[in-house]
Design a protein around this ligand. Structure first.
Ligand code: PFF
Length: 464
């Protein structure tokens, strides 16, 4: 195993959990999960999403963490090291999976930073640094002109800044502040809606399943989102796993991270739908739910400006700790595989990603295309590759290392995991990919929800 000392590592397991949860909890939880849940009708969709987290998310989370921990380097180098005994197939698979993972990090961060920039600009408006206008007006200004470029720039600078400082001083420290702060804000917002009203209706919407509303498309969306929200399929967890101080925690910490991510998504959903229901909004408002509908509702609420300030701080914190993990996938590759200096790598990658992000910042159609390409195709394909590599190409010693430390429970758990990652995960993910490319399109249920656009989660046409 490689020497961790000169590439940095997390100082403590808590630091690791905060960083990995920071990666998982992001725009996916607070912006995307509520609006897709709203579009697909609530409870039944949430149930399928939870199943996807358990059946596909958790096994893959372990696979990624153990590959990183045992490989000790960026995703490509780790895979190359762990599949050495599998000959040319292992090498070829490592290059395909690793190459696509680094490309995914690059592409996702380019548009992620633009959406985070919108959140930053709303935060500035609620903080009184900009004139506070109606949500629709502010959102339209951001997406229809070059207004979002400075915000995208500031957000990229914030992310590059943290990554430049390194794994312990930068990423771990930032996440140990951002994650607790985020949680406290969320609890306060939940307390507010509990007093103000709407919470019961919101809980009913999220937790009472109505299976009539469940379409085939919703199931696909739920699985795709499980990847995105847990930061799986592109080596973020491999990279963070490579900075883990010890192996003993891989199983438990992986579960803790997935739980934290799920609980925070549900809490954010509860808050957002409580505001929507108690102030006459519509849950199926699409990608504009958080940026258009909510600000208009905040304006009618007592203490709405403070609520808005806290809400957009929450969104910015969540996005920031995720963005640094996206950047770190690319930077770890440049440092470990290419041999670059961390600072040069972070600045260079940041600049290139910022430049690509200008496309999404100036034309929302590009944002939709990048989101669609990465979330619906690259992450599931990457997840499929990682599952197959972990199940079939990595040695038993390496792949079961995290279970061996669990005592008598370790063996049956390792056997169950090996079966899942070899057969169940590839089958489910494979089916999703085949459906996405239209192989089963004739069997799609005929009545998808009204104005849902399957291909592009971000689409100006459906904004209210
Ligand atoms: N998990 C993040 C979110 O839910 O917003 C997004 C993300 C971060 C995806 C890091 C992939 C990744 F590697």
């Amino acid at each position: 195993m490689s020497d961790l000392s000169n590439r940095g590592s997390f100082a403590t397991r808590l630091g690791f959990v905060m960083a990995a949860a920071g990666s998982a909890v992001g725009l996916g939880n607070i912006w995307k999960f509520p609006y897709i849940t709203g579009e697909y009708g609530g409870g039944a969709f949430v149930l399928v999403y939870l199943l996807c987290i358990a059946l596909v998310g958790l096994p893959l989370m372990y696979a990624e963490l153990i590959i990183g921990r045992r490989g000790g380097k960026d995703i490509l180098s780790s895979l190359l090291a762990l599949t050495k005994d599998s000959g040319p197939l292992g090498t070829a698979a490592s290059w395909v999976i690793g190459g696509m993972a680094v490309a995914s990090g690059f592409l996702i961060l380019s548009f992620y930073s633009v959406v985070a920039g919108w959140a930053l600009s709303f935060f500035a408006a609620y903080a009184g640094l900009l004139p506070l206008q109606g949500g629709e007006q502010m959102f339209n200004a951001l997406v229809s002109s070059k207004t979002s470029i400075p915000w995208h720039t500031v957000f990229m600078l914030l992310s590059v800044g943290v990554v430049t400082l390194g794994v312990h001083k930068g990423i771990e420290t930032a996440c140990k502040i951002l994650m607790p702060a985020l949680f406290v804000i969320l609890v306060i917002l939940l307390g507010y809606v509990a007093v103000e009203g709407g919470l019961a209706e919101s809980a009913r919407f999220l937790f009472a399943p109505d299976f009539h509303k469940l379409t085939g498309e919703a199931v696909l969306e739920a699985l795709g989102h499980a990847f995105f929200t847990l930061s799986l399929g592109m080596g973020a967890m491999v990279t963070y796993g490579s900075y883990l101080p010890d192996e003993g925690a891989v199983v438990r910490d992986g579960v803790v991270v997935a739980l934290l991510d799920t609980v925070i998504a549900l809490m954010a959903g509860l808050v957002i739908f409580a505001v929507v229901f108690s102030h006459g909004g519509t849950p199926g408002a699409g990608p504009g739910l958080v940026f258009v509908s909510l600000p208009s509702l905040f304006a009618t609420m007592p203490g709405g400006q403070l609520f808005g300030l806290a809400f957009f701080a929450l969104l910015v914190f969540a996005a920031w700790s995720s963005a640094i993990s996206l950047l770190e996938v690319v930077v770890a590759f440049l440092v470990d595989k290419v041999g670059m200096d961390r600072r040069v790598a972070a600045l260079g990658a940041g600049l290139a990603i910022w430049a690509l992000g200008l496309l999404s910042a100036t034309d929302i159609d590009w944002l939709g295309r990048f989101d669609d390409l990465t979330t619906n195709y690259m992450l599931p394909l990457g997840g499929l590759g990682i599952a197959l590599a972990a199940g079939w190409l990595v040695s038993k010693t390496d792949r079961e290392a995290g279970f061996r430390v669990l005592g008598p429970l370790g063996e049956p758990l390792a056997a169950a995991w090996t079966f899942t990652i070899r057969f169940v995960t590839p089958l489910l993910v494979g089916l999703v990919i085949l459906s996405k490319i239209g192989v089963f399109s004739a069997e799609e249920p005929p009545a998808p929800p009204a104005e849902v656009d399957e291909a592009s989660p971000v689409d100006t046409d459906e904004d209210p």
